[in-house]
Design a protein around this ligand. Structure first.
Ligand code: HEC
Ligand code: HEC
Length: 433
């Protein structure tokens, strides 16, 4: 345990979870935490953030760390697809023989560099100055069941449907055989020792390396979309994109920004995340293409299980999933936690007509077919789901097209056309509206 103390100090700093008192205990002078410039020293001057990031990048794409020898993190989270799925498969196969399937849609890993830890009560300061409990918020994965990047990284490494290692010793042994094992040991071994003599410590450092890599700005949060260029006054939105943005923000029409904020509430921060990380039940249709759904009694209920286990006796949480970012959403082929819908237009149509034309989404005479009726009270029915007073959907076909056009501006890697604005202008004061 003593040997792990400096490591725990680093982890505490990385996760920002432990208080100043513990940071004090880690050294004579408290180190400012969490940034590359003020990184707490661990074994003298190593490992550096750069060392961990570089190791993390190699680990991320190394299939030799899986039981099959064929799967790495990058097999499911493709760097070329904003760290989302590399292909059109609904679920990426994994396991020792690459023939096992999970049941969740693979998320993009972009813009997850700073999610708040999961909490059942997130208090947001309202414009009136009051505070309102927004309910369950934050965490990583679709049900927020893990908080830190290093804890998360262990899950796919050990998941029987994914990289399928059965013990930390197995992971450490695979790591010791990689071409970068020497560099890894040099970076993270305690002075005079070899990290591979302690498999638990080797695996912890492996996950910390992945966590560091996931913080790398150029790869994971470049803010390089057309929308970002627009916020920087370096691009102009088309009429359709502009209209789509207005409907997205309009509280009486799309109301999308109420969960996927398109502006930043904090003054001075201009680049929004397009998620408030709230956990909400949308009653997404059942996906018959998922193998688990052959069993009519199986339901993925998000916060209340089956993958998450600490809130299983909380019926009010059944059906809730964490709101994803919409950045890079146009690169995806399957949408929502179960991949039930296959195009962005279909997703926006779902928001518009879930409650005006349920037959289309759930089958004739049926409703909310992926959630047992006892949990239907959990389903969100605010705008845009709430029909107009005349019973019609809030969004017209043209509104839907325009929202889709706007979502297309959220894809990273935008290059301004050569004939862009010729001189830089002052930054825009208010972001989206
Ligand atoms: C077989 C495909 C597969 C592999 C391999 C895989 N992942 Fe994932 N990843 C997923 C899926 C599916 C989810 C959503 C899981 C859930 O919600 O329960 C996910 C979720 C995540 C998340 C949370 C994202 C969020 O929205 O909060 C992170 C971070 C992540 N993976 C990183 C990794 C790392 C690091 C590795 C390699 C050690 C890895 N993944 C390997 C499929 C995969
Ligand atoms: C009440 C909160 C809320 C509102 C309002 C809302 N969303 Fe969402 N959105 C979510 C949640 C939660 C999910 C994930 C649901 C799931 O998978 O079960 C989601 C998922 C999505 C996805 C799928 C992303 C992916 O990676 O699979 C898209 C696209 C999307 N929303 C767009 C919109 C648009 C466009 C609007 C406005 C018309 C909107 N949302 C309004 C909460 C909301």
């Amino acid at each position: 345990m003593k040997r792990l103390a400096p490591l725990l100090c680093l982890l505490a700093a990385l996760a920002g979870l432990l208080g100043q008192a513990i940071v004090h205990a880690c050294g004579d002078t408290p180190e400012p935490t969490g940034t590359a410039t003020h990184f707490p020293l661990v074994y003298g001057d190593r490992p550096t953030v750069q060392q961990l990031t570089d190791l993390g990048r190699r680990i991320f794409s190394d299939a030799s760390l899986s039981a099959s020898g064929k799967q790495s993190c990058a097999s499911c989270h493709d760097p070329k697809s904003a760290f989302g799925p590399p292909n059109r498969l609904l679920v990426q196969p994994g396991g020792p023989s690459m023939d096992r399937l999970g049941f969740r849609n693979t998320p993009s890993l972009r813009y997850l560099h700073a999610p708040i830890a999961f909490t059942e009560h997130f208090y947001e300061v309202e414009p009136t100055g009051g505070k309102e409990d927004q309910g369950p918020t934050g965490g990583r994965t679709w049900d927020g069941r893990v908080n830190t990047g290093h804890d998360q990284a262990l899950m796919p490494l050990m998941d029987a449907n994914e990289m399928a290692n059965t013990s930390k010793a197995e992971i450490a042994a695979r790591l010791a055989r990689t071409p970068y094992a020497k560099a890894f040991a040099e970076a993270v071994s305690p002075p005079g020792e070899n990290v591979f003599d302690d498999p638990d410590s080797a695996v912890l450092w492996l996950t910390v390396a992945l966590e560091n890599f996931e913080q790398s700005r150029a790869e994971f949060h470049p803010f390089s979309s057309k929308f970002d260029a627009y916020l920087r006054d370096q691009a102009t939105l088309t009429a359709a994109e502009q209209r789509g943005m207005a409907i997205f923000n309009d509280m009486k029409k799309g109301n999308c920004a109420s969960c996927h904020p398109a502006t930043h509430k904090q003054a001075g921060v201009r680049f929004p995340m397009f998620t408030d990380l709230g956990h909400v039940a949308l009653a997404v249709p059942r996906n018959p293409a998922l193998a688990v759904n052959q069993d009519p009694t199986f339901f993925d209920l998000g916060l209340c299980g089956p993958l998450r286990t600490d809130l299983q006796d909380r019926p009010e949480y059944c059906g809730l999933f964490r709101t994803p970012t919409l950045r890079n959403v146009a690169l995806r082929h399957h949408f929502f936690h179960n991949g039930a819908l296959q195009s962005l237009r279909e997703v926006v149509e779902f928001y518009a007509t879930r409650d005006t034309d349920p037959d289309r989404w759930y089958g004739k005479g049926r409703k909310y077919n992926d959630l047992p009726p006892k949990y239907w009270a959990n389903v969100n029915s605010d705008i845009p789901f709430k029909p107009l007073p005349n019973g019609k959907p809030r969004l017209s076909p043209r509104d839907i097209d325009d929202i889709v056009a706007f979502l297309g501006t959220l894809t990273d890697g935008y290059e301004a056309p050569a004939s862009g604005p010729s001189r830089p202008r002052a930054p825009r004061a208010a972001a989206a509206r």
